[in-house]
Design a protein around this ligand. Structure first.
Ligand code: AMP
Ligand code: ZN
Length: 466
């Protein structure tokens, strides 16, 4: 029986979808102003394990994962680079999906962008203005949290008594607001500011929290099953999403809330602002494999903190090597004919252990231990020549079952696409025409590393894979 620790109830609860066998899931995605770091990817890997396990349990899934492509930082950085926000975010969105795919994260069914859902945000704000849960001040629109008595029900922060401005937090918008805890739904923009949208309540741009309310309710309906994200989003982001959505509809927003703990570095949360971070690309450049990074990120259950060190990443690399090598040996081994029912029974029991661990609020470390037990048992049986031909397919099938969720045995997608190769060849030709031989040599070396051989012919450059 699948159980989750629901932040909203504060309890471990049996999971039952609202609508038969269909599960509707929302996970907050990245802000695309830079490359995502592996702390971000810890949360997204948790999201992938959650997604895969729901499918493993036989549910039909609709999974929404948004991209935040407008906020103050994006607007400022785009301006500094003399670009529109779309031009500024495009390369980061592309890089994000590249990293996402390389980590073996399955693409969610729906991946909406905030800037494509402004009309839906405006409509929620209009409802909140009508029902008195929002107000206008100096051209911006704020949420009136004193009009939503449930405020604090997710984060368990008691706002009673401090709603009227005693937040203690330094807040530059404070003087525009009735109460310091009220938050912006819509921010006034200057007439000459290029990033802005017209609304019945004035031109402006959305606050961050309203994005997720709008995109979640558009694709998953007003009430849906699971909402997840990193633990730092619990307050204020998720608390505010609840206030906006439930304040507008009068209905429960999400039934189950899941929060993944942070990736730490020497006791501190990995973050851009602390500067103690590695992007996925930094680690690939250090010759670590994507699958080892994936393994490391899911090796500790999502609700526990994980400390990043290069020693544990080296360990993950070795473990992945051992696991893959094991499967290959099993596929190729010259086994005696027959069947070992005792071994098959144990393999079945390890699969049960795996499922029991995952059912228990996605305990990935016990689930991985079940896989390692299967490997050890089979290795011992092979060493004693008591693993037989008929056992092979049963064990390989069990590994495939584990891997539906773990995603560590498949081949990493490292091969360059034809289009990428052709673009590079074109760029190399241009570099040669411009006598930029350093660049043309660099491209030749990059292609050689990928096993691409170039041939100069009278019809131009031809290429083939080694
Ligand atoms: P952002 O791109 O800043 O909106 O963050 C994207 C996601 O990464 C959010 O769900 C954050 O909670 C999560 N996140 C940020 N830092 C970490 C970290 N060090 N460990 C795990 N998750 C993180
Ligand atoms: Zn969100």
């Amino acid at each position: 029986m699948l159980k989750f620790h629901n932040t909203l109830s504060g309890q471990l609860q049996e999971f039952k979808p609202l609508d038969g066998n269909n599960v509707r899931l929302y996970i907050c995605g990245p802000t695309v102003w830079s490359f995502a770091h592996i702390g971000n990817f810890r949360t997204f890997t948790f999201g992938d394990v959650l997604r895969r396990y729901l499918k493993f349990k036989g549910y039909n899934l609709t999974h929404v994962f948004n991209l935040t492509d407008v906020d103050d930082r994006i607007i400022n950085e785009a301006k500094a680079a003399d670009k529109t926000i779309d031009e500024f975010t495009a390369p980061f969105i592309e890089a994000f999906w590249e990293d996402f795919d390389a980590l073996g994260l399955e693409r969610p069914e729906i991946t909406p962008r905030a800037t494509h859902h402004i009309a839906e945000m405006i409509s929620i704000i209009e409802t909140l203005l009508k029902n008195g849960r929002a107000y206008k001040s100096n051209g911006s629109i704020y949420y009136r949290i004193s009009a939503f008595p449930d405020y604090g029900k997710l984060s368990k922060i008691n706002f009673a008594g401090n709603v009227s401005g005693a937040s203690g937090r330094i807040d530059t918008d404070k003087y525009d607001k009735e109460n310091a805890q009220d938050f912006a739904l819509w921010k006034l923009v200057d007439a000459d500011e290029p990033t802005g949208w017209d609304a019945s309540f004035g031109r402006g741009r959305p606050g961050w929290h309203i994005e997720c309310s709008a995109m979640a309710m558009k694709y998953l309906s007003e009430t849906f099953d699971i909402h997840a994200g990193g633990v730092d989003l619990k307050f204020p982001h998720h608390e505010n999403e609840i206030a906006q959505s439930e304040g507008a509809t009068g209905k429960l927003f999400a039934k189950v809330w899941l929060h993944s703990e942070h990736l730490k570095v020497e006791g501190e949360t990995m973050s851009k602002s602390l500067g103690n971070y590695y992007t996925f690309r930094d680690l690939i450049a250090k010759d670590y494999s994507a699958v080892a990074i994936r393994y490391l990120l899911m090796s500790v259950p999502y609700h526990k903190q994980l400390n990043f060190t290069f020693e544990t990443l080296d360990g993950a690399e070795q473990t992945i090597g051992r696991l893959r090598d094991f499967r290959k040996r099993l596929q190729e081994a010259n086994l005696p004919d027959g069947i070992n029912t005792d071994l098959q029974g144990k393999v079945g029991a390890y699969l049960d252990d795996f499922e029991m661990a995952m059912d228990d609020n996605l305990n990935t470390s016990i689930a991985l231990a079940a896989l390692h037990n299967l490997v050890r048992e089979t290795n011992t049986a092979m060493a004693h020549a008591v693993a037989c031909t008929e056992d092979r397919s049963v064990i390989l099938h069990a590994i495939d079952k584990f891997d539906q969720v773990l995603g560590i045995f498949g081949e990493a997608k490292t091969e360059m696409l034809d289009a990428e190769i052709e673009n590079l060849i074109e760029e190399r030709q241009a570099a040669r025409r411009n006598r930029n031989f350093a660049r043309s040599d660099e491209i030749r070396d990059t292609l050689a590393e990928q096993g691409i051989i170039l041939e100069d012919t009278k019809d131009g450059v031809r290429w083939k894979r080694k």
